[in-house]
Write a protein that binds this ligand. Structure first.
Ligand SMILES: Cc1ncc(COP(=O)(O)O)c(C=O)c1O
Ligand SMILES: [Zn+2]
Length: 364
């Protein structure tokens, strides 16, 4: 199994420590998953190992690194909406799905030290799974990151670097360090193994409901859940498990919506923007590195890109809290976008919305 470059198709072993192709293109994974089959799910496992037949990573390493991530419930919010409770996770966000697989891969190829940049949740995850794997870890976070997230990262024994300026500047600083000091870049965006973890979101939904709901809402910043969802759905389609793609709504914050702007003008190349301040910090990505790859999915499957109104985030968070669900602002943004769409277009029955991050992580 190799990586191949998304720009020039150059192939490289997955054992490489180099974060991207010489031409600048990001790696993709050359992997044809076996046919999905509920009978092959390992029902005695309660973490991602349950789906080990379809996760191309060393099973022993995954077993050692796993913290019991995944297996999050789907609950009914009301007549039309189901929520997948993906903050019921070891570090309280869906990123644990990706971090478990990525750090298992890093462990299996003998990596001893990693760097990573994150607005918080992915940093929490990589720090925790590095700790479990016995790998040294340094996380770069942008200024303004919730102190609670920083405390969590530190608690796992990782080093934290707070970088002044935007989320994109923080990523630049981290990548510079990875390149200059030749440290493994455990990036949830660059490393294709991360998406092999987030795709289990879809496997679980299918196993839990024995179908995929008609309308899936998915937050979209760098696309770590979005790409995982697309890989998972394509695998289910290819194996004949489902017959058609559901309707997919990709959600951006209105103050940082490069995909919404690009799609509006029908362009095929992602337009980078400077994000305005937003409470949806987790998806405030002005220059998504896999932008063109994500646009391909958007055009191929007629995915709607919708935006969350900034002034709808707190009311949406409050509305969910009043039903016992306490989530962070970025997660409330997905629900706020759903509510706005319902206001514009009427009821959207059979909708599934991910509850990606826990409320205790944000400050306001
Ligand atoms: C709470 C939350 N929701 C959703 C996302 C998804 O964002 P992305 O598309 O950048 O992976 C993130 C990423 O940090 C997040 O922290
Ligand atoms: Zn290349």
């Amino acid at each position: 199994m190799n990586f191949y470059c998304s720009k020039c198709n150059h192939e490289e072993s997955v054992h490489t420590r180099i974060a991207k192709c010489e031409c600048g293109g990001l790696w993709k994974l050359q992997y044809d998953a076996p046919k999905f089959d509920l009978d092959k799910v390992h029902k005695d496992k309660w973490g991602l190992l349950r789906y080990r037949e379809w996760i191309p990573v060393d099973k022993k390493a995954l077993g050692k690194v796993s913290l019991g991530e995944g297996m999050t419930p789907v609950i009914h919010l009301d007549e039309d909406v189901m929520l997948k409770m993906d903050y019921f996770m070891p570090t309280m966000s869906f990123k644990d799905r990706g971090a478990a697989v990525l750090m298992a891969h890093a462990k299996s190829i003998g990596v001893e030290s990693v760097v990573q940049d994150s607005s918080g949740n992915a940093g929490n995850s990589i720090a925790a799974y590095s700790a479990k794997a016995g790998i040294e870890c340094e996380i770069f976070v942008p200024e303004g990151t919730s102190p609670k997230k920083i405390d969590m990262i530190l608690s796992h024994g990782a080093k934290v670097n707070v970088v002044p300026g935007s989320r994109d500047k923080c990523a630049d600083a981290c990548r510079r360090k990875a390149e200059e000091e030749e440290i493994y870049y455990a990036s949830h965006v660059f490393n294709p193994f991360f998406y092999q973890g987030t795709k289990t979101y879809i496997y679980e939904v299918y196993e839990q409901l024995e179908r995929i709901p008609e309308n899936l809402f998915v937050p979209l910043g760098n696309g770590t859940l979005f790409i995982g969802v697309m890989i998972g759905l394509e695998e289910l389609l290819e194996s004949g498990t489902i017959e058609k793609m559901p309707n997919i709504y990709a959600v951006q914050g209105e103050n940082c919506a490069p995909f919404a702007e690009t799609v509006k003008s029908g362009e095929k190349e992602i337009r980078h923007i400077i994000p305005k301040e937003t409470m949806a910090e987790g998806i405030a990505i002005g220059a998504p590195m896999r932008g063109n790859e994500i646009l391909e999915y958007i055009y191929k499957y007629d995915i709607k890109v919708i935006t969350a109104p900034e002034d709808g985030i707190l009311p949406a968070r409050d509305k969910l809290a009043k039903k016992g669900i306490y989530i962070e602002h970025t997660t409330a943004a997905t629900y706020a976008a759903y509510l706005k769409l319902v206001e514009q277009e009427g009821r959207i029955p059979d909708s599934l919305i991910p509850m990606c991050g826990a409320g205790l992580k944000s400050d306001h």
